[in-house]
Write a protein that binds this ligand. Sequence first.
Ligand SMILES: [Mg+2]
Length: 362
Amino acid sequence: MRITAIRLERRALDLDPPFPAAWDPNPRRDFEATLVYVETDEGLTGIGSGDTMEGFEAYEHLFVDRDPLDLERHVRALETIAFHAARYWPLEAALWDLAGQAEGVPAARLLGGAQERLPVYASTGAVLPPDGRAETALALREEGFRALKLRLDGTRVEDGLACVRAVRDAVGDTMEIAVDLNEGWRMPGDTRPPLDGDVIRRLVGELRELEVLWLEEPLPTSDPRGLAELRAESGVPLAGGEMTRTVAELDACLEADALDVYQPDAVLAVGLLRAKEFALRALARGRRFTPHTWTNGIGLLANLHVAAGVGGGPYLEFPYDPPTWTPERRDFMLAQPLRPDADGYLSVPDRPGLGIELARGH
Ligand SMILES: [Mg+2]
């Protein structure tokens, strides 16, 4: 089999009302998704999505005419490009989609086949007042979610803590609560200084009392020593690594025992194969692996296949915060939005490859 072309398609959805993502100073009024199609001389087409693929056209020739199943070679080529330009991991997702189709099995089987479904946590995205967030937590529990993640605005830590307290009071011990400080990386142009160490220490003290599942990204992953110290002195489980640019950065955290939960996103951070390899190293050391999935339905699928392949957990991230972030918005490029079953599990689709069924052109 040979790759004949790699085609990009940009789809967009208007967001009205806008989505006020906690980590983005600008409310989002539209949502773009770039689809990658790897076309072959045997009629099979692999599909991926996630990162923007901006500027990829200049590198298409490095893949055309090659065997799409030479995955290790393609991953190395993508790593050389990532050094000089952008991260084109959605192309790797498309290659796994193709590999699964060629073998007639879900990609998760090729990535280890450890699990067929994973329990999910509702990953909220907006910052709400405490009573509003407590109400939505109860609604999520009613829908079958056993865990949720709350966003803390680093510039309003006290308000965020009040929110976590209100949710804990509302749900008691019937739900697990993860908290994301989003201090690991910044949106372009967001030049605020890092949070003050005393603020972070006071925060982790309170979160320990509230028995959170984990605190995510209190510091950048480029500071493994700082994370390791905070983790050791606070006793609060720490999570991070969603947007790391290199495997070395993740390995440095593992070496320093900086995190309890590792979250490299397969279509944003280090790709699917390297995420799988790293996950196995982390799991062998008794740490957890559960990738960030906050792109779109195809990115969520790619991460589901990696997490199910290696045996990730304890929960898979399911971006979900109605009314502003719904499966219909997140998965607008899919024929059917992905949803957990009544037990709160998301299943690997029982179809070859990533199991993508596209909506008609948007
Ligand atoms: Mg996060």
